[in-house]
Every structure is written in C-alpha cells, then in structure tokens.
Design a protein around this ligand. Structure first.
Ligand code: CO
Length: 185
C-alpha cells in the first residue's frame, strides 16, 4: 500500500503538549503508521518527525539525520519507546520544527547520548551517537514528552519570537491546529 501524506499538527495543538503512550502492540497497523510517518517526514523535508506531530498518541518517532532533498540516499530510522540512558557534552545548534513553520533558533543540548529503543519488530536495541544525529534524536524524543524546542531557547530570543509564535498559534480551534499539505513531486 502506498504510504499517505498525513496532516501536520501545528503549535497550539493540544497533542503536541501531551506525554505520549508507550507502544504495546507491534502489528501491521503499526507498520502502516510508521510508513505514513516516514513518508510525511520526507515530504515535509524533515530530518525527524514524531507521532503526535501527525496526531497519534504513541511514543514513536522517525529520523534521518543524513538526508537532504538534493541528496537521494534515504536512511530512515524508526525509534519506538525510546529512552535516553546517558548524555554528555554540550553543543549549540540552530533547530526548527515541522510543527512550528518557518521559525529557527539556537538550542543548547548534550552532544553525545546513549539510548535504547524498540524497532518495528519489537526488538530492543542500544546505541551511542554524537553530533547531529544526537541533536535530532533529542529534539524528537522531547516531542514524546510534549516538549518543543522553543521551550529550550533563551528568554530574550523567545521574547523576539513572541509575535511569530502567536501568529502560528492563532489558527488553533478547540485545541486542534492542523495543516494539510499537498504531495511534492
Ligand atoms: Co519538532
């Protein structure tokens, strides 16, 4: 089945602030959802996308820290029920988020992490990464706990971005702020 481009939940949507539920069943429905999530990440030119960004209350994200639209190679990673076990170092990187369109700011995070996760078959793995993949992982992992990168920027930057954030949030109706995109070629 062809994966679908899912609508994106935007800042102001209640599900982006929710602590998500653990995945308990590794079945065909989960595989279909992950395929849709992965397709949507690439269509939105993202290096990561979490389940609640497409309205799903599950601790899942996909990431591909090596992909850019002009570089054809895709290497999607699926992280289910991930846990950051250790972190060290510090690095500052400009971040953005598919759920907060056209807004970028510097965020300070640990530069190396060790994490565990389950794959789509339900097997547990443990890895250590540093550099950009560690930053992407932490950004996506935060989504699963209802945390956005704008929560981690300094207060002066946040003040400067206040109007833009309000502008994005103002289309929220009854806790839902949804944006539907067209497929790219
Ligand atoms: Co994000």
């Amino acid at each position: 089945m062809k994966p679908r481009l899912l609508p994106i939940r935007i800042l102001g949507d209640e599900i982006l602030r929710r602590k998500l539920q653990e995945v308990k069943t590794f079945d065909a429905e989960l595989r279909d959802f992950v395929a849709d999530l992965t397709h949507t990440m690439y269509e939105r030119d993202g290096v990561g996308l979490a389940a609640n960004q497409v309205g799903k209350d599950l601790r899942i994200f996909v990431m591909d820290a090596t992909w850019t639209r002009d570089h054809k190679g895709k290497n999607p990673r699926v992280m289910i029920n991930p846990v950051i076990e250790e972190s060290s170092g510090e690095s500052v990187n400009e971040e953005g988020c598919i759920s907060i369109p056209d807004l970028y700011a510097d965020v300070t995070r640990p530069s190396s992490i060790t994490y565990s996760y389950y794959d789509i078959e339900g097997n547990k793995h443990r890895e250590m990464v540093s550099g950009f993949p560690a930053i992407v992982f932490q950004h996506e992992y935060d989504h699963l706990d209802g945390i956005l990168f704008i929560d981690k920027i300094n207060s002066l930057t946040k003040l400067k971005l206040k109007r833009k954030l309000r502008e994005i949030e103002k289309s929220t109706v009854d806790g839902v702020n949804i944006r539907v995109y067209e497929e790219q070629d």
